[in-house]
Design a protein around this ligand. Structure first.
Ligand code: OFO
Length: 165
């Protein structure tokens, strides 16, 4: 069974969303690195890679289904931030927006009875939950450690030692 045109369109849109999320994390990582936050930079580079893997996961699925993959033009990510807290607040907002998009694709597939794409989206839903929980935890810590000038550098050192998966 071929993918429906609408499903194809939604998946192509998701490829762009994942690619832009990757670029955004990359720009955030560069900002962190330029501001001597090596731990946060490491965390954000890692996330940029993850988003790229997500993009490939959709591309591979679409190619397996002989669908028409469109490699998109990407918008330029924001690269100036006022603080680590601002970076992670924006990362959280971005994760929430991605989750909404994934849930929308999932609902569309359920309505259509497209079990294959819905199963792919189930994987993404679990992944989004993990990412939102992780981002939320990071945000809470950053909020607490941002209360003193030195605090955020202490947290950066701890983040540098974090095992990333
Ligand atoms: Fe693609 O997982 Fe975050 O956004």
């Amino acid at each position: 069974m071929d993918l429906s045109k609408k499903t194809e369109e939604l998946l192509n849109k998701q490829i762009k969303i994942e690619a832009e999320a990757s670029q955004t994390y990359l720009a955030m990582a560069c900002w962190a690195s330029n501001n001597s936050f090596e731990g946060f930079a490491k965390f954000l580079y890692h996330h940029a890679e993850e988003e790229r893997e997500h993009m490939f996961k959709i591309i591979n699925y679409m190619n397996d289904r002989y669908a028409d993959v469109i490699i998109p033009e990407l918008s330029k990510p924001e690269r100036k931030f006022g603080s680590v807290l601002e970076v992670f607040q924006k990362a959280m907002d971005s994760e929430r927006a991605v989750t909404k998009s994934i849930l929308d694709i999932n609902s569309h597939c359920q309505e259509l009875g497209d079990e294959f794409t819905a199963t792919l989206m189930d994987w993404f839903i679990e992944e989004q939950l993990e990412e939102e929980v992780l981002m939320q935890k990071m945000l809470k810590k950053i909020e607490a450690y941002s209360k003193s000038e030195l605090g955020i550098y202490i947290l950066d050192k701890q983040v540098k030692k974090m095992e990333l998966k």
